[in-house]
Design a protein around this ligand. Structure first.
Ligand SMILES: [Zn+2]
Length: 359
């Protein structure tokens, strides 16, 4: 059995995932993305399916919704294939989606090829996007024209002064709840359904059919105490979906009712998932692992946004910023990885037990 180790890059993660899926006898699909990674490598959403194809229940495990967060998610999926796939209960099929946002993973970004945060992109595009008027005031501070020492210093001081004045929660809300007005900004929701959004809409139902009960675990990193894995639901605390989630997993926070480590937000893919797989009972959570402190995460996201708005992401200097982003969202310390894995196993075991017995 291979020791747990986060991949150096997307290509390595993808190869390891596909190798483990093949060894586990999984059915596999690769859905090519139209663009390439920084080394000219092909990008794809890979899917591995394990277990009884006629099962009434399915568990969907997703990595890389926020590209760079796939370093951790991919390794957890790889290990599940290697160690746990053979113990998959006969009543449940397991569908693993590797690198839901492959461009972000390869370019070591949280966002996708359009600078879009996938978890702000799943709004109802038939309506005007939600307003976030306060974002405009902070936009030039968050993503200034350059990222030299002085500019970093000045803009960061001003942002911290805003937090001092209005409260840190208000800063977090304005910055990260999602915005649709500044395409080069942070937590940008886009102008329409993103490539990955359309991919999910076109494939989810087919991949999960004929299951009528579906559990979803969407893997994230970058928020909360280091190594801690919090479960967040995009369902209202009073909904049956949320109640089921707490029955399965115990402590689950409602992201829409604003009591989780995340800011209250709109446009999460899990919030729209019911529409993609109709007549199916969905019990879904995001599993969010803490890495470093929230300021370091924000600084990494700002550096990345400035690079892609005003710099050259293909230039050699960009490597330092990619390293900064990776360090903010993935931790190579074996103790961190061990903690993350323990929590993952616990969450997946609870999901499989409930899916196998609920019918
Ligand atoms: Zn995330």
């Amino acid at each position: 059995m291979r020791e747990l180790r986060l991949a150096d890059d997307y290509q390595q993660a993808r190869t390891a995932f596909r190798g483990a899926a093949e060894a586990a006898g999984a059915e596999m699909e690769a859905h090519p993305h139209p663009l390439q990674g920084p080394g000219g490598e092909d990008l794809a959403v890979d899917v591995a399916v394990v277990g009884n194809p006629a099962a009434d229940a399915a568990l969907l495990i997703v990595s890389g919704t926020h590209g760079v967060e796939g370093f951790t998610g991919s390794e957890l999926q790889r290990r599940w294939l290697e160690v746990s796939a053979r113990n998959c209960p006969d009543e449940v099929r397991v569908v693993l989606i590797h690198a839901f946002n492959p461009h972000g993973f390869a370019w070591v970004r949280r966002v996708n090829e359009d600078n879009v945060d996938l978890n702000r992109n799943f709004i109802d595009w038939a309506k005007p996007p939600p307003a976030n008027d306060d974002y405009a005031n902070l936009a030039p501070l968050l993503v200034p024209d350059s990222w030299d020492e002085d500019t970093q210093q000045e803009t960061t001081t001003e942002l911290l002064a805003f937090a001092e004045r209005e409260g840190f929660e208000q800063l977090q809300h304005v910055v990260s709840s999602g915005q649709f007005s500044h395409p080069t900004g942070v937590f940008y929701g886009g102008t329409g359904p993103a490539w990955s959004h359309r991919w999910m809409r076109e494939n989810a139902s087919r991949l999960l059919s004929p299951a009528r009960r579906v559990g979803v675990v969407d893997l994230h990193t970058g928020l909360g105490p280091s190594g801690h894995g919090e479960l967040g639901s995009s369902a209202r605390a009073k909904s049956s979906s949320f109640q089921r989630a707490t029955t399965w997993w115990g402590d689950v926070r409602s992201i829409v009712d604003g009591d989780s480590v995340s800011a209250t937000l709109t446009g999460e893919w899990l919030a729209r998932f019911d529409d993609f797989v109709p007549d199916t009972e969905i019990t879904g959570v995001g599993l969010e692992y803490g890495t470093v402190d929230i300021i370091s995460v924000l600084q990494a996201l700002r550096a990345d946004a400035v690079l892609h708005a005003h710099g050259d992401p293909a230039a050699p200097e960009a490597a330092a910023i990619r390293a900064q982003v990776r360090a903010a969202f993935a931790d190579d310390d074996p103790r961190w990885i061990a903690k993350v894995l323990l929590r993952f196993d616990e969450v997946i075991a609870a999901a499989l037990t409930n899916l196998a017995s609920d019918g």
